[in-house]
Design a protein around this ligand. Structure first.
Ligand code: ADE
Length: 249
């Protein structure tokens, strides 16, 4: 199968490169399930000093990413995609004023074949880039980071781990918290007793029906305690007993 192609354009590319070389993302690339390329915006500047930012018209604090290097970089990616395929599905700008990233959005993006992510730094990016090139703006949360590099990595991780074959256990992405709008049940491993703290006996019972009933009840309990808003979106749930729920609160 053709790998998903993700091009990340970054003002500070070194922030992005390290984590791509670890764990699941590294494995996805080695297994040819994803092709993730990092582009240094500075390389697309024709300025003798490779400048990529400038002062804002109208005054104000902070520097703004200039349009020319971004247009040059994205247009070169568009040309390449036209020649080799697949076409670019989305050109995403990471910004705190974008749509909030959530699991359905990650699921949807994981079905795409080619994504371009623009990770800005400094105060912002020239609006003409957003108007002319960007097809989607995504935020990873209601807080402001120093740049879009970490948000781009968050998005890549959320998407790539969903690609078929990336996770060892084919089921495990589907059983994540949020995958069906409920938080995950508590999990335990050996030893069964640690400093007199016991693993709930149902998990050691071997009774798969009882275990899944317990997990469902725990998921509902945790979700209603921590994120009751998620329950509004959740359809009817099979009931479960909460009697054997000696777990974290
Ligand atoms: N850039 C800075 N903060 C951000 C955020 N919360 N989400 C996406 N991009 C950002």
């Amino acid at each position: 199968m053709q790998p998903m192609i993700i091009d990340i354009i970054a003002a500070l590319p070194d922030i992005v490169r390290g984590p791509l070389n670890q764990s699941i993302l590294k494995r996805a690339v080695s297994a040819n399930l994803a092709e993730i390329r990092v582009h240094d915006l500075r390389q697309f500047s024709t300025d003798p000093h490779r400048q990529i930012d400038d002062y804002p018209f109208g005054g104000g604090a902070g520097m703004i990413l200039k349009p020319e290097p971004i247009f040059a970089c994205i247009e070169s990616l568009q040309n390449e995609a036209e020649k080799t395929g697949p076409p670019i599905d989305e050109i995403i700008f990471l910004t705190p004023d974008g749509d909030l990233l959530n699991q359905p959005m990650a699921n949807e993006l994981s079905l795409k074949k080619r994504l371009v992510l623009l990770a800005g730094h400094y105060k912002g990016v020239d609006q003409r880039v957003r108007d002319q090139l960007i097809t989607r703006e995504i935020s990873i949360g209601d807080y402001v980071l120093s740049g879009g590099e970490l948000p781009a990595l968050v998005l890549v991780d959320a998407v790539v781990r969903l690609l078929p074959g990336v996770l060892g256990d084919a089921c495990s992405a589907l059983t994540d918290s949020f995958q069906d709008a409920l938080l995950d049940a508590p999990t335990y491993t050996r030893p069964a007793s640690f400093r007199d703290l016991e693993v709930p006996s149902v998990l050691r019972s071997g009774d798969h029906h009882a275990i899944s009933t317990w997990r469902e009840a725990e998921r509902l309990k945790k979700t209603s305690q921590r994120r009751p808003n998620l329950l509004e979106d959740h359809g009817p749930v099979s009931g479960g007993s909460e009697t054997d729920s000696k777990t974290e609160s």
